[in-house]
Every structure is written in C-alpha cells, then in structure tokens.
Design a binder for this molecule. Structure first.
Ligand SMILES: Cc1cc2nc3c(=O)[nH]c(=O)nc-3n(C[C@H](O)[C@H](O)[C@H](O)COP(=O)(O)OP(=O)(O)OC[C@H]3O[C@@H](n4cnc5c(N)ncnc54)[C@H](O)[C@@H]3O)c2cc1C
Length: 377
C-alpha cells in the first residue's frame, strides 16, 4: 500500500458540513484536504435550503443553536461570496406556518417568535391558499438559501481559492489508530488503488454514512424525496411550511417542494410513486392551484439522523478525531454555527462560556452515557 508522507487535516466527506468546515479552517490558515466519495450524493445538494428554526418549531438547545446560526449566516455567506466571487442565493423571505384552528396556533412551540395572521392576512400573504387554513404564524426572521444550485458550488470554489485540496471519488475505508490517537486513514482512490494517508487530525463529516467509519456513531439515514415546480413569477413570496410539506420559492420562480420522511427506506435509492403522490397531496393541501404548475425536477437524498435528532459536534474519544455530523433536517441552517464552533475548537481558540455550554448539548458521548445508564438501572 502506498503511503502519503504529508500530514494534512483531513475532512472525511465533502458534503455541506465538510465544505463549511474546510472553508472555516482554511480561513484560519490550516492546511486542509477534503476526501469525498461522491459529491452528488451529498444531502447538501438535496435539501430545500430552509433556514427556519422558528418555523420548524425547534425547542431547547437545538433552537438556540439554530438561532445562533441564523445570526451568523449573513456574514458567513458574505465570506463565502468574497472567497468565491459567486452568489449563495440567500433570501430572508420569511416563512409562513398555517393552522386550521386558533388552538393549534397557540400550541405551536415557537408561537411567541411569530406574527399572528388571520384568514384575510393569510390570503394577502399567499393568494390561493386552501380554505381550511384559518390562521398562521409568520416568521419574518427565517429564510432560505439556494443550497442546491448556488451555496454548494460557491463553497467548493471558495475552498479551492483558499488552497483547500480536494480528492473526489475517494472512499475512506478505515481510520487507523493505536487505541488512543489517530495515526492515519486508509482510502481507496477513484482508480481503485488502496492508499494510506498519514494524519493526526481528521473530521468525520460523512453525513448519513458516518457510522460506516466509526461504529460507535449512532447515525442512520432518513430518506427524503423532493420535487420542484415552476410557478408564475412572484406567485409565492414566502416559504409555506405546512404539516409534512413545504413550498420554497426561489428568486427566479422555481418552487422547491419537500419532503417525504422515510426512515424505513434505509439507503434504498430512487423515487417511489407513493412518495411522489405524497408530495402532490401536500401541495394540494396548501395551495391547490400549484399542482397545475409544471414539474421541473424530482430527486431524493438521505438526512443524517441521530437518536435524539440533534447533531454531534465536537471531539471523539480518539485523540485527533473530530465529529460534525447528524444534522438531520437542519444541516443547511446549522452549517454556519457548526463551522464556527468546531473550527475554534480545532484551532484551540477560546470559546466563550455560552459557546462552551451550547456545545455540551451536542457532544459525541451523550449517547454513550445513556447506554451506560440504561445498563445500570
Ligand atoms: C430531503 C431533504 C431536505 C432537507 N431540507 C433541509 C432544509 O430545508 N434546511 C436544512 O437546514 N436542512 C435540510 N436538510 C438537511 C441537510 O441537507 C443535511 O443535514 C446536511 O446536508 C448534512 O450535511 P453533511 O455534510 O453532514 O452530509 P452530506 O451533505 O450528505 O455529505 C456527506 C458526504 O460524505 C461523503 N461520504 C460518506 N461516506 C464517505 C466515505 N467513506 N468516504 C468518503 N466520503 C464519504 C458522501 O459521499 C457525501 O458527499 C434536508 C435534507 C434532505 C435529505
């Protein structure tokens, strides 16, 4: 097996989180190399790109993490756009969550962050909205980014401009360690050659596939199917976030529709008639006329999910191994804060008390502790 004598900081997975970390670390002067098996399978190219901690009704520390990220995003995007010379497609368009009753609205976990709308406000905000929606919450602070067509590409370009090395088509086979610290990585190149890269630092950013690299990472895939339709210009100005379905209008009139949630599908690829019918039914439930607008594209991907549906961000017990995965349905929203916090840890910069406290909720060993508790009692 050939051995590489360099000692770069390796990013294992070139999806959204891997690219965001590569960018943040390169800005801090680190020598970084991204090892990516298949950029096209990354959930970063699948997501709807909603930046919506309030509309999603997040609660507790994950809501805080989302809000912190939302605050960072304008500057984060500016940095990526400056490094790349490309636009990321950020739009603070607001997100509207409709309800069939006042009770439902008042029970919504993030109701206190939204503006209450009655039926006639709803009609003004969203012409064509189905009649059964009686009220709504408008979260003006939430928005979207065009991850699929703009952000991912801009991040790749920004990384290259900052000197990040890329290997595409490379499968990370194994982390090589001596039981206490990382020594290197075994990979298979796109040409089928097995290689050993010496490295004392690596970040696992392998999305839904992360536990293929570290068995103690409790990550599993939750498949999601998507489609897009082309609406008349300005047909929809805000994101509509309904139960099980959302409509995300891009600047050019394309409306991204998501998403099914299929944990039982495992890594089974492809669209299904049932999933696609579900999306159509979801559109009908929100804006019936939108089902007559032409369908442009259909696609699918895998969300990386953990048992408590929250990400894992921080150090692994194996020295030199860092983890940034499990972002489930909020990885686009959380990419900025993940890159901010973890790049500080890796560069040994001091985190303030609030950041330290926040990170404690997302440690790798929270599941290990639970396992021990279950075993003892
Ligand atoms: C249908 C759907 C809709 C979504 N909508 C939203 C949304 O609106 N808002 C939001 O915030 N989030 C959304 N998400 C979630 C978001 O897309 C993910 O949380 C995020 O992309 C995860 O990023 P990641 O880098 O961890 O994983 P990915 O982007 O999946 O990247 C992982 C990469 O690792 C590579 N890899 C895996 N194993 C190996 C290996 N052994 N060797 C080398 N490379 C490897 C893969 O090829 C892949 O490219 C959505 C996700 C889906 C699927």
């Amino acid at each position: 097996m050939k051995v590489s004598s360099q000692n770069p900081l390796l990013i294992l997975g070139g999806g959204l989180i891997g690219l965001s970390l590569a960018h943040a670390l390169a800005l801090k002067g680190k020598k970084v190399e991204v090892l990516s098996r298949n950029r096209n399978e990354a959930a970063g190219f699948v997501a709807a790109g909603m930046l919506a901690p309030h509309a999603e009704g997040l609660q507790g520390k994950i809501l805080e993490l989302g809000q912190q990220s939302l605050n960072l995003i304008p500057n984060w995007v500016k940095q990526i756009e400056t490094s790349s010379g490309m636009s990321c497609g950020l739009r603070q368009c607001g997100v509207l969550v409709p309800f069939t009753s006042e009770h439902q609205l008042n029970e919504y976990p993030t109701a206190c962050f939204g503006k209450k709308l009655n039926r006639s406000d709803l009609e003004k905000e969203t012409p064509g909205i189905a009649e059964h929606w009686k009220s709504g919450l408008l979260f003006e602070q939430d928005g979207q980014i065009d991850n699929r067509r703009q952000l991912m590409r801009a991040l790749e370009k920004a990384c290259v401009e900052l000197g990040v090395k890329f290997q595409e088509g490379v499968r990370v086979l194994k982390l090589v360690h001596n039981g206490s610290y990382l020594e290197g990585i075994n990979i298979q190149s796109a040409e089928g050659e097995e290689l050993y890269i010496k490295s004392r630092q690596a970040i696992i950013c392998s999305g839904a596939w992360s536990n293929q690299l570290l068995k103690d990472l409790t990550i599993y895939p939750v498949k999601g199917q998507m489609m897009s339709i082309q609406g008349p210009r300005n047909s929809l100005k805000r994101i509509i976030f309904g139960p099980g379905t959302y409509l995300v209008p891009r600047e050019d009139g394309l409306i991204v529709i998501g998403a099914t949630s299929e944990p039982e599908a495992g890594f089974r690829e492809g669209l299904t008639p049932f999933g696609q019918r579900q999306l159509k039914a979801g559109i009908h439930n929100l804006i019936p006329i939108a089902n007559s607008w032409p369908t442009m594209e259909r696609w699918w991907g895998f969300r990386p999910c953990t048992p408590d549906e929250k990400p894992i961000i921080g150090a692994h017990s194996l020295e030199g191994v860092w983890i940034a995965t499990g972002h489930y349905r909020n990885g686009v929203l959380l990419a900025a804060i993940t890159a901010h916090l973890l790049s500080k840890c890796i560069c040994k910069e001091k985190l303030d008390d609030y950041e330290n406290d926040l990170l404690l909720s997302f440690t790798f060993n929270r599941f290990a502790e639970k396992l021990i508790m279950t075993h003892q009692y």
